[in-house]
Design a protein around this ligand. Structure first.
Ligand SMILES: [Zn+2]
Length: 65
């Protein structure tokens, strides 16, 4: 009887570890997607190239926030 309890405990622990690892992976992928996403102008909501370093939007010539 104690053997079955031990097996059940191990299965529960493994399930919890797998859940924690999968949730961490999902969060990591989400932040990576945010980092790789293009910048957008908040005035005209058009996309701006990541290597565009000027402080003025090339589409509406307003300051990028
Ligand atoms: Zn703009």
């Amino acid at each position: 009887m104690s053997l079955w309890l031990a097996i059940l405990l191990v299965v529960v622990v493994i399930a919890v570890i797998v859940l924690i690892i999968s949730s961490k992976k999902n969060k990591g992928l989400g932040s990576r997607v945010d980092d790789e996403s293009m910048r957008t102008c908040k005035n005209c909501s058009k996309t701006i190239a990541e290597d565009y370093l000027k402080s003025l939007c090339p589409h509406c010539n307003k300051f990028l926030i």
